[in-house]
Design a protein around this ligand. Structure first.
Ligand code: SAM
Length: 262
């Protein structure tokens, strides 16, 4: 379900999200937290890398990055970019999060951006946490960008459209059917507390911050396309407010940075 859906979306993904006004602003917010943590000591494993935009950005800062995704078409996009950019310290591999195991060894920074972890079930998330607990060394970083449960924009937008079910969909624990173009895939929403509980006491929280509290979810790109000044105002407000941890679960996404302490 996930593979077919993201395969069908791979060619349009950069146009629809990566280079969209909202996609660029939300990613800029992620980078304001991510980039200062990177240095040439870091060997990064990226989960659900999509079309690879982050991998090239990260490669400039670190020793090495292995970027993985379950979708062959997404990985094809990454490899095409790699041939063009000729970046030596990036590798791309078609790998599901569920099948990662040897790849976690010798890595000290695990990165997942923009809801990749929302594409796996609570059981699979639990398995990932067990592997991270077993295989990562002390001091390893987990830097996750996840969709939380209480996004204010989403509740407001769908309530105004009289779509009550969609307004409340993030509260559901059994997962929700979502769409890329005309294809279906399943997502599960997770609050910051749920993720912290799954990873357990060996991982201590370093940062919890919102991404997209005032800047809206990307499905509102068509509405905001010609409202650059308003988006810029929202971005300014996010820079002020999103650093407070209480915004995390109320924003479209949140950043959770954990460090392995034992
Ligand atoms: C919303 S996109 C995010 C892509 C990228 N991280 C970004 O920042 O633009 C979600 C990605 O997760 C991938 N994905 C979904 N389920 C996955 C799984 N079980 N294992 C690995 N990747 C998965 C999809 O193929 C897709 O590329």
């Amino acid at each position: 379900m996930q593979v077919a859906s993201f395969d069908s979306y791979a060619e349009l993904y950069d146009e629809h999200f990566t280079y969209s006004p909202i996609g660029l602003l939300q990613r800029e917010m992620v980078y304001s937290h991510l980039i200062p943590l990177l240095n040439k000591e870091k060997n990064v494993l990226e989960l659900n890398c999509g079309t690879g935009y982050d991998a090239f950005e990260i490669a400039r800062q670190v020793n090495s990055i292995l970027a993985t995704d379950v979708s062959p078409k997404m990985i094809e996009q990454c490899r095409t970019k790699k041939r063009e950019e000729k970046t030596a310290n990036i590798d791309f591999e078609k790998k599901s999060i569920q099948s990662l195991e040897p790849e976690l060894k010798n890595k000290n920074f695990i990165f997942s951006n923009f809801g990749g972890l929302n594409c796996i079930s609570p059981n699979d998330l639990n398995d990932l946490s067990i592997k991270c607990n077993l295989l990562l060394e002390k001091e390893a970083d987990l830097f996750f960008v996840i969709m939380g449960r209480k996004c204010i924009w989403e509740r407001l937008y769908f309530t105004l459209k009289s779509r009550k079910k969609d307004a409340n969909r993030r509260k559901l624990t059994q997962g929700v059917t979502a769409h890329n173009n005309d294809t279906e895939f399943k997502i599960w929403y997770y609050s910051p507390k749920e993720i912290q509980q799954v990873f357990g006491p060996n991982f201590k929280i370093q940062t919890l911050a919102g991404v997209g509290l005032f800047v809206p979810p990307s499905y509102l790109n068509p509405f905001f396309r010609n409202k650059k000044a308003l988006l810029s105002l929202f971005n300014g407000l996010d820079k002020v407010f999103c650093k407070f941890s209480w915004t995390a679960d109320h924003a479209d996404h949140y950043i959770l940075h954990l460090k392995k302490v034992s």
